[in-house]
Design a protein around this ligand. Structure first.
Ligand code: ZN
Length: 314
């Protein structure tokens, strides 16, 4: 049994840049590339398996045809999506629905709870995280009247920060931010404010104010995270969040360290450095920008090198 190495899918965005090439060496389509869908089984951009007996198969197909690799899961679709986002410009202010709302209003899509690990950002970078309205009435009024300064809550960010963004949270990444996002596998976004920007053809992007007002949590709930750090041989393991949707870790490895996660499949993204993943019979290269899944039944493995990974499981 081998790890499943994945080929990312890239998305052009009005706010994207070229950091995905500069930082990770990816062959991006243009200098407005905003998103790398790194580990995805979503129909809008499924990853291809790159190696082994499943090479060339998409992750959604593998999930359907080989459920044993994922521990014979009860979920109909692969539940997670890992992305890297290059916010070269401000993203629109947005909010996502929860599972119950998306199921009814978005053709059975999943809701979208997400979280962000700040890989890098410019000095004094910010993001929009939550709002200041005290009631639905105030929220509705401020949105319709465009009182964005009063409405939006801004926070300062720095590399290494982590944010948990439950569905119903008003949010936006701002200019100069490179983020690894772990989220539910969903592509449903309700856009609240787009800074009145126009695309190359002079069009404004669509807003979804009524749905956004319906799904936004009022008042904003502050969802701070309290990372737990564990030192093990040659490694530091930080657990950022353990939620109903996903658990997310950072593994910082300097040397060689062993892992065992036998009952779960793991999503791994190398965000810094390089190394090797060593199973009892084989060795695999890991480098910055590599994304892979360790299937159920892979058994114990070790990682050797100097590297940082963001790791998640359901
Ligand atoms: Zn979002």
């Amino acid at each position: 049994m081998q790890p499943l190495f994945l080929k990312p899918v890239f998305k052009e965005r009005i706010w994207g840049g070229s950091a995905l090439k500069r930082e990770f060496g990816y062959d991006i389509p243009n200098d407005h590339t905003g998103e790398c869908w790194a580990i995805s089984a979503h129909p809008n951009g499924p990853s291809l398996i790159e190696n082994g007996s499943y090479a060339g198969m998409t992750l959604d197909k593998l999930w359907q045809e080989h459920p044993e690799l994922f521990g014979n899961p009860k979920e109909e679709v692969f539940p997670l999506l890992t992305k890297i986002l290059d916010a070269n410009n401000d993203l629109s202010v947005q909010v996502h629905p929860d599972d119950a709302y998306a199921k009814v209003h978005e053709n059975g899509e999943l809701g979208k709870t997400e979280c962000w690990y700040i890989i890098d950002c410019k000095e004094d970078a910010e993001m929009v995280f939550g709002h200041n309205a005290r009631s639905k009435e105030e929220l509705t009024e401020w949105i319709h009247e465009g009182k964005w300064n009063a409405f939006l809550r801004r926070v300062k960010i720095k590399p290494g920060d982590f944010f948990f963004v439950p569905s119903g949270t008003i949010h936006a990444l701002c200019e100069g931010t490179l983020v690894l996002e772990t989220q539910q596998s969903s592509d449903t976004t309700y856009r609240v404010y787009d800074y009145d920007r126009r695309d190359a053809e002079g069009n404004l992007r669509e807003l979804h104010l009524e749905k956004a007002i319906e799904v936004t949590t009022v008042p904003h709930q502050v969802t701070g995270v309290a990372p737990k750090v564990k030192e093990q041989e040659d490694a530091r393991i930080t657990t950022f969040v353990e939620s109903a949707f996903f658990t997310v870790y950072k593994w910082e490895i300097n040397g060689k360290t062993a892992f065992s996660f036998d009952e779960r499949y793991l999503l791994l993204s190398v965000i810094k450095g390089s190394g090797q993943l060593i199973s009892h019979r084989e060795q695999f290269e890991l480098k910055k920008g590599t994304h892979l899944i360790i299937p159920v039944g892979f058994g114990e493995f070790a990682i050797e090198g100097n590297c940082e990974l963001i790791v998640s499981h359901t």
